[in-house]
Design a protein around this ligand. Structure first.
Ligand code: NAP
Ligand code: GDD
Length: 331
């Protein structure tokens, strides 16, 4: 069988690392776009990397940036992928209020830069867009493909542009371009400033004697939290579907930040109220109160359903952070 070639933007991120792993297992040649940084930023994919001179090497990295059209066009031309998974983004909602213009440039315009590179390519390339449940914002749960969008942050507004431009290129140019509208998904590789990881890492550091407290913002908001590798599997399925389309990917269950705290602290037999302080710095000018997805379309058409649920996820993440601190884990 012919070896498929995938190009992954955001390959150094949580999702990019799991997706690269899964594609390599399926015998793909995987190319990723990475940013130049003054420190190493490939820790999530180092275990996948072979010296490029090794004849068995199947993972290749290229310097580029979603803000730089010429690098994107050059990489798409050079790699000539069968599939592009577009995950690269300024992905932090709270930070998007501080850097709204940059967020729009990378998240919204970055997507159209990449789509233009695909449009002018000689071969047909399938395109996956990392759309987000943040698009739903204040729309009442449960949210499905039919729910109206009401974005509540510069990040969500930029993702709304990206969502619609993907649909527009599909309709205008007949491209195989699909949106995965993914609800929150977490893992031991989650960025340390997202709330679940901040909590599990914070507990581990408290137990290791490095920190005394965890400072958080709004504990009342509710999220539909799933496990990242389940969600990167959904991305792959979306591009293997018979036609380009848009899919909600979610567990269908929702829990508050407070419940996540309670779950994790109870695993180490501590009362979270003794270790958590509220710092208004972490409040958002406008919040998304409740996300709870309805992924029945993905179940029916892609045969996708989540394998891991809330309690197991909390335990897995806490265990990994405790072991990183040299402690005995909870698994
Ligand atoms: P992440 O861990 O924050 O990773 C983001 C990736 O984008 C990193 O590889 C980052 O590179 C890269 N990136 C940032 N700015 C870039 C730029 N200017 N040019 C090129 N690359 C850039 O995010 P994630 O959780 O894996 O999420 C992947 C995608 O899914 C994102 O688009 C996110 O918005 C979206 N999404 C995530 C979730 C979720 O719950 N995780 C849900 C829905 C949608 P560095 O490593 O150099 O920073
Ligand atoms: N980050 C963070 N830090 N969030 C906090 C904190 C804190 O100290 N305290 C409370 N929260 C609340 C936030 O206000 C929000 O309601 C909730 O915890 C989840 O915040 P995040 O973990 O930062 O995730 P998010 O839901 O804003 O965004 C993530 O999921 C989106 C999909 O719905 C990101 O991965 C986005 O890129 C993604 O699109």
């Amino acid at each position: 069988m012919e070896q498929k070639v995938a190009l992954v933007t955001g390959i150094t991120g949580q999702d990019g690392s799991y997706l690269a792993e899964q594609l390599l297992e399926k015998n793909y040649l995987v190319h990723g776009i990475i940013r130049r940084a003054s420190t190493f930023n490939t820790s999530r994919i180092d275990h996948l990397f072979k010296d490029i001179h090794d004849p068995d090497a199947r993972l290749f990295l290229h310097y580029g940036d979603m803000g730089d059209a010429s690098s994107i066009w050059r990489i798409v031309d050079h790699v000539a992928p069968d599939e592009i998974y577009h995950l690269g983004a300024q992905s932090h909602v709270r930070v998007s209020f501080d850097i709204p213009e940059y967020t729009a440039d990378i998240v919204a315009l970055g997507t159209v830069r990449l789509l233009e590179a695909v449009r002018r390519a000689k071969k047909k390339i399938k395109f996956y867009q990392a759309s987000s449940s943040e698009l739903f914002g204040s729309s009442a749960p449960p949210q499905s493909e039919k729910t109206a969008f009401h974005p509540r942050s510069p990040y969500a507004c930029a993702k709304a542009y990206a969502y619609y431009i993907v649909q527009n290129y599909r309709e205008s140019y007949g491209m195989f371009a699909s949106n995965g509208i993914l609800f929150n998904h977490e893992s031991p590789r989650r960025g340390e400033t997202f709330v679940t990881r901040k909590i599990t890492r914070g507990i581990a550091r408290i137990l290791a004697g490095k920190d005394k407290l965890i400072y958080l913002g709004n504990l009342d908001s509710k999220r539909d939290w799933g496990y990242a590798p389940d969600y990167t599997d959904a991305m792959y399925r979306i591009l293997q579907h018979k036609k380009a389309d848009d899919f909600v990917i979610a567990t269908g269950k929702t829990h508050s930040v407070r419940e996540f705290l309670e779950e994790c602290f109870s695993l180490v037999k501590l009362d979270w109220k003794d270790y958590v302080k509220i710092d208004p710095r972490y409040f958002r000018p406008s919040e998304v109160e409740v996300l709870q997805g309805d992924a029945s379309k993905a179940k029916k058409e892609l045969g996708w359903s989540p394998k891991m649920q809330f309690k197991e996820l909390a335990k897995l993440m806490l265990d990994a952070d405790m072991k990183k601190e040299g402690l005995k884990g909870v698994l």
